[in-house]
Write a protein that binds this ligand. Sequence first.
Ligand code: NDP
Ligand code: BG6
Length: 485
Amino acid sequence: MTTSRDSTDLPLGIVVVGASGDLAQRKIIPALFALYCQGLLPQEFHVFGIARTRMTAEGFRELIARNLTCRYAPGESCAAKTAAFLERCHYASGSYGESGTFLDLFELMRGIEGRGPVNRLYYMAIPPTVFEEVAKALGDSGLVACGSKREWSRIVVEKPFGRDRASSDRLVAEMHKVFTEETTYRIDHYLGKEIVQNLIVLRFANLIFEPVWSREHIESVSLTWKEPIGVGMRGGYFDQFGIIRDVMQNHLLQILALLAMERPRRFDAHAVRDEKVRLLRCVEPPTLDRIVVGQYGASESGTQPAYTAEPTVPPTSLTPTYAATVLRINNDRWRGVPFFMEAGKALEQKVNEVKIRFRPVPANIFDASMGGVAANELTIRIQPDEAIELRIMNKVPGLNMVLQPMPLNLRYQTAFNVGIPDAYECLLLDVIKGDRSLFIRADELAAAWDIFTPVLAALEEQSVRPAIYPFGSPVNATGTFPASG
Ligand code: NDP
Ligand code: BG6
């Protein structure tokens, strides 16, 4: 929601910290370009990249240009839009912990923007281990506008935020010394994905789902996240965190919260997040016997490396690249329903979906000879090929009574004649507008860490050795889910 103090008419200075990195180059700057092409950035804006890598502004622009696509500026307008955007991109290098780095940046910004009021958006596209020192250096260099001024300063912080509940709380407290909760945007880019945003609409703007959305009618729910790539050059980051912190504690728990929460009082940032927190607090933390962990080995063909042979991973690493668990939600709506959660890298395919399996029809009137009656199943496919699919039982056309499960299928690609925006476009626009509904509040973060902190500690204290699965394995790489009872 946009507050009355928002001044979107002011010039905007976007500072991307870690601008040499993967996220900045592949996602953040291309998303800013997409917003620019659609006329969604303020008239006057500049992008300031900062990182330790030494590079000229020209070098920085060349790096950026490699990843810009002209989805929103087709044909002849593309070259002109690209050139105009690149002209507004600037670069400074320096060490993150030193206020001198940011004082130099301030001088560069002043030289380009002048001395009038400017809104500032700081994007922390850096490993979580450096968040705190950057926030402190920004504060020390006087780059953060405070309270009473007309202009705002907002900070976008990437996940994972901390390594467990205690370190996350510490980080929240330290960052609050510079940025208030209201000016902190903790991003989980899955909340910007179309289908994830649609969950709340599907549940609360349709009459037919809510009455069956509970233990009485739902037998189990599964949340699956798989990607076919390994960690590549991101091993330095990934090895310190692992798949549970990289994907389960944030992306999958956010999806779970939206799927299972109670109806919010209204559709606004506070009410929705209140319900998500309430739900997360009812999730029972899984114990060690309720989780399986795996790590990818070399592919069977030998063409893909084992995790421990990746260039930036220690050869003796026990970090899981795969995990599967069963979560229980202790409230009246969900008691007894298993929520299977699975996440893995270097698997056979990219898929991220939710399957809601309904209970069997209680009094089946059809003979087995007619084909049998399968339970209904609702699949919500987040990516790729976004879709909502309900499996129903149907009579096969013909003179005999033959039953067959068939899909009622809403495939986004065919149903909507529009491109699906990248999640970062949607989220960056929200930051500029001051809408925090799709960002993680501090109490939500704490509730999410409470779920996984005990099992993460147990895995690490007991040096649990992950099962090895070949790079490119099919589903359920490490075998079966832990007992669901
Ligand atoms: P990178 O490893 O590419 O790091 C970004 C930049 O930070 C690097 O270019 C480097 O710049 C600097 N850096 C790297 N390691 C260190 C270090 N140990 N100390 C100080 N600076 C360092 O990370 P990503 O861009 O992949 O990710 C950045 C953040 O975004 C992380 O929090 C990650 O979890 C999150 N994220 C990333 C996604 C992705 O797809 N990449 C998706 C979702 C979230 P230089 O050396 O020039 O200073
Ligand atoms: C990031 C994780 O949050 O999400 C990565 O850090 C993962 O490990 C990425 O590859 C996947 O994002 P997407 O949008 O491609 O599903």
